[in-house]
Design a protein around this ligand. Structure first.
Ligand code: URA
Length: 242
């Protein structure tokens, strides 16, 4: 829960003794079967430290975010099934491998999720990418669907849903409702996310137990304005404008 203090871990290669390694705050443990947190490696923690820093400029914010996004996409793809695939190498030997056979697409939750599109394209050549725009309704203060543009055959695809920050989960949960309404099976959706709040992760786990969330870090909690803390501020502003 949010009252627990953040876990600390010593970070560095195994050949260094624990007393010889720096310590850092790492992701909270979450107990939900469908929420997968990236391994808290020295590189991941260093990348997150860069993008959390208020003094990191926009060019560096983009560069280091992209490295984390790449890790998220690669890990997300590991959750998709593969089939056995034997090939012959140039020296005439066979190699017993695997290949991925399904069709995938990305769906970004605008605007911040669009920051993750390039990372997906870098891993999956000519991947189709759809978009969903959800914003707070001025009158009701509830999230409202303003726009969606999705591949017409999305029901036959694995969907990588993209949004860097999972705060309360209001818009991401609504985005999942949109995908389900188009016929995408719940267990064919992977939600890729950089930083989640414990509340947001719990909301997802409860509402969509068959959907998988892949996140780089589960943070302490939310502040009174529903910003993630310690967080990194407004991701969209820092990636696209500041
Ligand atoms: N969206 C952001 O960009 N930052 C937060 O802390 C929460 C939601």
């Amino acid at each position: 829960s949010a009252e627990q203090s953040a876990p600390s871990q010593s970070l560095g290669p195994d050949y260094r003794s624990a007393g010889d390694k720096p310590t850092a705050t790492v992701s909270k443990d979450v107990q939900h079967d469908n929420v997968h947190v990236l391994a808290q490696t020295p590189q991941l923690i260093a990348l997150l430290t860069m993008i959390r820093d208020r003094n990191t400029n926009r060019a560096d914010f983009i560069f280091y975010s992209n490295r984390i996004i790449r890790l998220l996409v690669e890990e997300g793809l590991n959750h998709l099934p593969v089939v056995q695939h034997e090939i012959t190498t140039p020296v005439g030997r066979t190699y017993a491998g695997v290949k991925f056979e399904g069709k995938i697409c990305g769906v970004s939750i605008m605007r911040a999720g669009e920051s993750m599109e390039q990372g997906l394209r870098d891993c999956c050549r000519s991947v189709r990418i759809g978009k969903i725009l959800i914003q707070r309704d001025e009158d009701t203060a509830k999230p409202k669907l303003f726009y969606d543009k999705l591949p017409s055959d999305i029901a036959d695809r694995w969907v990588l849903l993209l949004d860097p920050m999972l705060a309360t989960g209001g818009s991401a949960l609504m985005a999942v409702d949109v995908l389900l309404s188009k016929g995408v099976p719940e267990d064919h959706i992977l939600f890729l996310n950089l930083i989640a709040s414990p509340e947001g992760a719990a909301n997802f786990a409860k509402r969509f137990p068959k959907l998988r969330v892949v996140t780089a870090f589960v943070d302490e909690g939310l502040d009174e304005k529903n910003y993630i803390v310690p967080g990194l501020g407004d991701f969209g502003d820092r990636f696209f404008t500041l």
